[in-house]
Design a protein around this ligand. Sequence first.
Ligand code: ZN
Length: 259
Amino acid sequence: MKYVRVKFNGQPTWGELSHESVYLLDQAPYEGGQKTGKVLALKDCEVLAPCQPSKIVAVGKNYHDHIKEFDAQIPERPILFIKPSTAIQDPGKPIILPPQTLCSRVDYEGELALVIAKEASHVSAADAAQYILGYTILNDVTARDLQKLDGQWTRAKGFDTFAPVGPVLTDEVDPADLMITTTLNGHVRQQESTAQLIWTIPELLAFITQAMTLLPGDVVTTGTPAGVGPMLATDIVAVTIDGIGTLQNPVMASPYSLD
Ligand code: ZN
């Protein structure tokens, strides 16, 4: 099944996607959404981020080659952090840079993400798959200089618009071997298969749910491969994952200034 979230009569509305048609649902799929009978052509739809999570749980340093580019050690266990739900941005909408006086380097991080189907607490790796509604793309945008300056990552990864997600949510892919390609202005910057993940998705869900309950609709994002780098205003960043699609966003200068 493939799901999208689109604007219908000005309201965010879930839909099932089949052959470029969107079959609208009365609720989110993880709330038991049923088809309303209304069908839209995908090309006529404004596509929104396919999630409304209570939280985004993210994983740092989960690809060997990304750890090498920062000269870091392989962690003994997954490093978790939370991105606020207010950071979510829709496909095609701008990533807004903080004022330059606040931070001077903002990086893209193309990642495979998943959306939780049902409440998950103390889930075993063997059972993890049944808690997953589907897979999507997340760009874990990071203010790299603030990440170093603060010593922890909440502010650096938590700005509004720093979590573009989408365009599609699908369970029709094998998450164990998906190619992630990130381009900046059309030039390839990251290209790696999820087969290179240090901790697999079942292992991550077991580890996360030992600590916290994942709620239906929550997002887990699995870490980024090597090749991260800065984005500047007017750049276009695009993350493509086979079978999911392309999440593309323009980069915009801050409309706010700090004096
Ligand atoms: Zn990341």
